[in-house]
Ligand binder design. Structure first.
Ligand SMILES: [Zn+2]
Length: 278
């Protein structure tokens, strides 16, 4: 197969995948949600501070997916890792530690606290990466971010990392994305059932058996499969009936068994992990 033929074959796989998501469970032409995770220089470029192997390979296909979903007015969201300088997840902030060490840290603001009264969290330390307003934090120059897309920044609080686009690693601080999506759904619900809408109606039905047009399906792509894609997809299950990670359009960091652990954890939460060719 020639290169153009291979590209068209891949694009057909992506189109077929989106169409299958759009027409499921006897509901046709559904509005979908797409979350594109952290397609930023520090993760994507081979020279990036936290380079994910072969991440640039996904760019053309991610652009194509974003284009066809934007054309259908799907809800398209881009996440952006956005750390303050000296972020607590950086190994450089922990004496004697190096990148990729797994350590226990506490949520307290006082580094010298000896009382150990605060909650301990096990976390991975990273090289300094995606520091706000630096080249490394910018989206890769070949990624097209439509003007209509929502960009959600995460990890900007100094003491707490945020792998998920929904809830930070302390498992309690929300990023605002969940509230944004609930607001979009509310608008869709009101506009689709304005004549029969009832505020007491919580069963996804507008009273005559037809489903309201809230967004029930979410597709997740980007980097890294085993960290931010994983936790974003897991938390997305709180908001969506169906969450699918399109594995061809992800790449993994691959620390120890992180890829296999991520796969098992996502499947346990009911996230589907699929390839475009099935
Ligand atoms: Zn980060």
């Amino acid at each position: 197969m020639t290169a153009p033929e291979e590209e068209e074959e891949r694009r057909k796989g992506i189109r077929d995948f989106v169409n299958a998501r759009r027409n499921t469970n006897n509901t046709n032409n559904k509005t979908l949600c797409l979350i594109v995770v952290d397609v930023q220089n520090d993760f994507m470029l081979p020279s990036g501070a936290l380079s994910v192997a072969n991440a640039e390979e996904i760019i053309d296909d991610v652009n194509y997916l974003v284009d066809i979903m934007t054309a259908e007015k799907d809800l398209v969201i881009f996440t952006q890792d956005w750390h303050c300088p000296k972020h607590h997840s950086f190994a450089s902030e922990h004496r004697g530690k190096k990148p990729f060490d797994v350590v226990e840290i506490d949520d307290d603001d006082d580094d010298d606290d000896e009382q150990n009264t605060t909650t301990k969290t096990t976390t991975t330390l990273w090289p300094d990466h995606c520091v706000q307003n630096t080249k490394g934090a910018e989206f890769h120059e070949k990624i097209r971010v439509p003007a209509s897309a929502k960009v959600i920044r995460k990890g900007f609080r100094k003491r707490v990392d945020s792998y998920s686009a929904f809830v930070e690693n302390d498992k309690r601080t929300e990023t605002g994305l969940g509230e944004y999506i609930r607001g979009v759904n509310k608008g869709l619900e009101l506009s689709s059932s304005s004549s029969s809408y009832s505020s007491n109606n919580n069963d996804n039905s507008n009273g005559d058996g037809a489903p309201t047009r809230i967004i029930t399906d979410c597709i997740v792509v980007g980097v890294a499969f085993d960290y931010c894609v994983r936790f974003t997809a897991e938390d997305a299950r709180e908001l969506f009936d169906t969450v699918v990670v399109l594995e061809d359009l992800t790449r993994a960091v691959g620390l120890g068994d992180s890829r296999e652990e991520a796969r098992a954890a996502m499947e346990k939460k009911g996230v589907s992990i699929v390839a475009t060719d099935i």
